[in-house]
Design a protein around this ligand. Structure first.
Ligand code: NAP
Ligand code: GDD
Length: 344
């Protein structure tokens, strides 16, 4: 049985990756952070399913606590390590630049050091990001494209990206960077724009919300499905040699187009409900992202399986079900109605 160590297992990708690896009979070890409210919601079904086996194991840790990372790598001796943990919200990285940078730079470096100092050969996956490109190029971005970070988040990702290649080249370690473009799902955090839209539109449909406030509607992103993208992470660590790969769909849509597609699925006219506010504008916007996944297709045999329309459909269906449950709780007086998520 292969062993995988995953940081950030409670996040969107952590959910899909741990599910994939458990289905492949891996023993999965993941780190969770102590929080005043329970943060394992996304993986609770997996925790229940595997509670009587030793296949899923969770540990308190933090990327800033290098001693716990060292201890865990030594104790678990994983075959594969997936570093998914990060303060992953770009807008928040401008508000909390030091935490974002420390987590995004010292975190991966501590983990790389733990891997380097281990007697066992451990493969390492780094969650790199299309944000590193900065979004000024109109053409398709590939592994050779210039990195031009525009936020503390992206700058930290560039550092970790380079350190991953430096450790690969300097110590002959099996370290790979997955340069993933935006990927979404029903498990996407509610403050990222796609999920903010599908959640709000579903609540509007059921009368639980009456408006949606957004920032820049003209930004465009290459949006794929997270379930497809975690397969690429695993494929990278099964490849003969370590390297860097772009994972994307090769199509880009604006926030406005995502809005239109979502509201249309619910027979609503988005213009009646959506307003914009400077509150959601960023100090330095990444305007346009479009990826070229040719290398991943040719070398890993990876291709996206989910279309833009199917992604929107999947997210709307899931959020409509969530809103229906919420409506029942509100009707029974078990939940206070809220009109718009104040932190979104
Ligand atoms: P996510 O849903 O925000 O999950 C982030 C995970 O990191 C959560 O488990 C979070 O724990 C954990 N975390 C945050 N700070 C930490 C710290 N200091 N120490 C330990 N754990 C910490 O992000 P995601 O969408 O799954 O993305 C996974 C990774 O891929 C991230 O590194 C992200 O930057 C990168 N990425 C994402 C995309 C995308 O479009 N989704 C694209 C490119 C790259 P809590 O649950 O306790 O908050
Ligand atoms: N979050 C958010 N909220 N974004 C908004 C809003 C809003 O109300 N209104 C417009 N946008 C625009 C943002 O300005 C940005 O141009 C675009 O929608 C996408 O924003 P997010 O969904 O927050 O994602 P992101 O592209 O900034 O970052 C995500 O993708 C990166 C990969 O390119 C994150 O998952 C990062 O962790 C990831 O690296």
């Amino acid at each position: 049985m292969k062993k995988a160590f995953i940081t950030g297992i409670t996040g969107q990708d952590g959910h899909y990756l741990s599910k994939l690896l458990l289905e492949k009979d891996y023993e999965v070890h993941g780190t969770i952070r102590r929080s005043s409210s329970i943060n394992t919601g996304r993986i609770d079904p997996l925790i229940s399913k595997y509670q009587n086996t030793k296949q899923l194991n969770l540990y308190y840790s933090d990327l800033l606590d290098s001693s716990s990372l060292n201890m865990l790598i030594n104790k678990i001796q994983p075959d594969e390590t997936y570093n998914l943990a990060a303060q992953s919200h770009v807008a928040v990285s401008f508000k909390n630049p030091i935490f974002t940078t420390q987590t995004g730079t010292l975190g991966p470096l501590s983990l790389l050091e733990a891997v380097r100092n281990s007697d066992k050969e451990i493969k390492y996956y780094q969650a790199s990001s299309s944000e590193m490109y900065g979004g000024q190029m109109k053409g398709k971005l590939n592994e050779e494209s210039l990195l031009n970070p525009k936020s503390p988040y992206a700058a930290a990702k560039v550092f970790a990206h380079h350190m991953t290649s430096i450790y690969r080249d300097s110590y002959s370690l099996f370290c790979s960077n997955g340069i993933l473009f935006n990927h979404e799902s029903p498990h996407r955090g509610e403050t990222f724009v796609t999920r903010k839209i599908t959640r709000a539109a579903s609540r509007i449909k059921l009368g639980l919300q009456n408006k949606l406030t957004l920032g820049n509607l003209e930004a465009s992103r290459d949006w794929g499905f997270a379930g497809d993208y975690v397969e690429a992470m695993w494929m990278m660590l099964q490849h003969d040699t370590p390297d860097d790969w772009v994972i994307a769909t090769g199509e880009t849509y604006t926030v406005r187009q995502f809005l239109e597609a979502t509201f249309k699925k619910l027979d609503l006219n988005w213009e009646e409900y959506v307003q914009t506010s400077d509150k959601y504008l960023r100090p330095n916007e990444v305007e346009h992202l479009l990826g070229d996944p040719t290398k991943a297709k040719e070398e890993l045999g990876w291709e996206p399986k989910t279309s833009f329309d199917s992604l929107v459909e999947m997210m709307v269906e899931s959020d409509l079900n969530l809103a229906k449950r919420e409506k029942v709780l509100v009707a029974e007086g078990l939940l206070e109605p809220t009109w718009e998520n104040p932190t979104s």
